[in-house]
Design a protein around this ligand. Structure first.
Ligand code: AMP
Length: 291
């Protein structure tokens, strides 16, 4: 198959990137920004494509942010394959790629001044199991937005809690950036695409579609059954050898707190984190959405 390959600019230094962005701005170009940690797949590329539809220029960033890993081992094992990522981004028509070093994002002596009250948003789910994770995420997105100054920021529903926290951060900092949520891209068996899937053994990968099946079960049962009843059955479905659900929560999409009844919230999401062997996977689905 032939792909239309176009030229992409690669920046490693923020000053070079900023200079190029000023040039684009002086020509009235609109900018869409897609921050990632690399090991790219169709999920990431769907964000790039959406940004290309909405903006004149798309900027993708690949930066494995150390401050959002609460376990050193997880950071060490995070997949890193820049050559393949560059090829994929070129094929997807991405315009600029920013690949800074850790020192470039966090120069020695830098004072991180983002003080954010996340309220209930980081108390449950990922926030409860990965202490400090969202502080690190908010911090790095804040730093990167300062460098890129885009019109729009593209993030996946796959990390719904992250999306909610970054939206809150933009609101709290009176940011002019529009955040756009993009749908979850899945493998043919429903497993949400994730860079972490690369670490699954064949045996576990073959069974990992069970996570999506548990979410589909929740969708079939809602809203006729209680959140507690749905949670119980979903957890039973996830109770398989090699798999261990860390949580399966049915939450108000605005506060991210668990609900007891479906009529308590306008937006209701089922969110789960599951250990598949030694790989921790997250996924979610919308159970109710009223305008
Ligand atoms: P990451 O590289 O894991 O930090 O992800 C970068 C961005 O891609 C985040 O906004 C994610 O929510 C989004 N993303 C990751 N996986 C998917 C997926 N399967 N479908 C849609 N977006 C995704």
């Amino acid at each position: 198959m032939l792909y239309p390959v176009k030229e992409m600019f690669l920046f490693k230094k923020k000053d070079d990137l900023k200079e190029h962005i000023s040039f684009l701005r002086s020509h009235g170009k609109t900018l869409g920004f897609v921050p990632t940690m690399g090991a790219l797949h169709e999920g990431h590329l769907s964000l790039v494509r959406k940004s290309r539809e909405d903006n004149d220029v798309t900027i993708c960033c690949i930066f494995i942010n150390p401050t959002q890993f609460n376990k050193a081992d997880d950071l060490k094992k995070y997949p890193h394959r820049p050559a393949k990522d560059i090829e994929l981004l070129e094929k997807a028509g991405n315009d600029l790629l920013f690949m800074p070093s850790t020192q470039e994002v966090y120069p020695p002596g830098l004072v991180l001044d983002l003080q954010l009250n996340l309220g209930s948003l980081d108390k449950k789910m990922e926030g409860a199991f990965r202490p400090g994770h969202f502080k690190g995420v908010a911090q790095v997105i804040h730093r990167l937005l300062d460098m890129v100054c885009p019109d729009r920021l593209y993030m996946g529903q796959k990390d719904f809690q992250q999306f909610a926290i970054v939206s809150h951060m933009l609101e709290m900092t009176n940011s002019a950036v529009d955040i756009v949520m993009c749908p979850i891209i899945r493998e043919s068996d429903g497993l949400a695409m994730s860079s972490r899937n690369l670490r699954l053994s064949r045996k576990i990968r073959d069974k990992a579609g069970i996570i999506y099946q548990a979410l589909c079960l929740a969708r079939q049962m809602a809203p006729g059954h209680s959140p507690a009843g749905i949670q119980k059955l979903a957890l039973q479905k996830l109770d398989l050898p090699d798999f261990r659900a860390e949580y399966f929560e049915i939450v108000d999409g605005d506060t991210l707190l668990p609900i007891k009844q479906f009529d308590e919230a306008k937006l209701v999401i089922a969110c789960t984190a599951v250990w598949a062997g030694d790989v921790r996977l997250i996924d979610n689905t919308i159970l109710k959405k009223t305008q």
